[in-house]
Design a protein around this ligand. Sequence first.
Ligand SMILES: [Zn+2]
Ligand SMILES: [Zn+2]
Length: 322
Amino acid sequence: MAPIDNQCAICSKPGKLCASCENVHYCDSVCQKTDWKVHKLLCHTFEDSREPPGPNMMRVIVFPFNTTKLEFRWLPIKPGKTQCPDFGSFFGVGSMLGANKPALVDFRSFVQDPKTGVRLHHRITVMFRDGYKNDGSITSIAVHNLTGGPCISKLARPVLAYGNIDSLENEDVKCTNLDTSDLNVIKDWFAQGFYKCKNEQLYADRLNANDNFLDATAMFEMSQDVERELLTRGLTMPTNLQNLGLKERLQAVDAFKKVWDAKIKARASKKQQSFSASMDADELAWRKEMQTSGRITSQSSDYTDHLKRQTRLPEEYRPREK
Ligand SMILES: [Zn+2]
Ligand SMILES: [Zn+2]
C-alpha cells in the first residue's frame, strides 16, 4: 500500500520520505538507520517497479531462492471472486507428482501484524512450493537472509507475497499492490513460522468477527483447495464433509491436515530417499553442503555454475548474466 500519511515507519511520528524510493517515511536518521537493514532489500528496486507495465497487473514481492536480493514484480491479475496473481510457471516443476509435473503450490495468509496482533490495512498472502517439507527443495536464501536466521517455516525455492483488500460478504476480493512498507510484517511472519499464525485460525477469527469479515466464498474455496491438495496425495476427506457448514468444514479440514502431517512425518525419511534419487547430483551435493556447513551464500561461482544446469527452473530464476 502506498503511504497514506507521513508516519515514520518505525515510530509513527511525522516524517519525511526516503529520498531514493519515495515510498516510506522516517522522522529522523536514527529511525531510518534502524529500518535500513530490511528496507535496503527493496528500496532500490522500487524505482523500476513504480508503475505497472500494462493493465490488470498487480505488484508482488518475490523472494528468490538463489540470492538474497528481493524484487518487486508485476504479474497479471487472475480474475475471480478473490483476485490473485497469475503465477504461471513461477514455481517451476518437480514435486511429489514427478520431476516434470508443475510444482504444487500452497499458501498462507494473514491480516494481523504477527508481533502486535494489530489488523493490517490489507491481507498478505505468501505462496510457496507445497512440497517444501519433504520434496528436497533448496531453502530460500532470500527468506533466510531476511529473517537473519533459520526460518521456522523453512520455505524453499522461490516464494512470493501478494496483497488483498478484505471485502464485505458477497463482494469480490480485490488485490492490492505491495510496496516497501509491507516487508517488515512479512519478515516477522516468516520468522514466526506457520504454526503461530495459521490461516485457518485467522479465517476462523474472521468468521467469528461481527464486522469486516472476508468473503465467505473465499473461505469455502480455501477449504476446497486444501481438499484438492489432499486428493493429489491419494487422501480422501470424509464424505460427510460436503454437508458441513463453513466453520465446521474449516475445522474438519484442519483436523484432517494434522493427521496427515503426522503421517507424512513418519514417512518423511523414506519419501526423501525416493525423491532424492530423481534429483540431479549437483543439487544434492549443494543441498548437503548447505546442511552440513550451515553456510548459506549465493556468491560462490560453483553455485552459479550449478544454477546454470538447473533446467527445471523457469528462465527468470536462473542467474542473470551481468
Ligand atoms: Zn521515527
Ligand atoms: Zn527507500
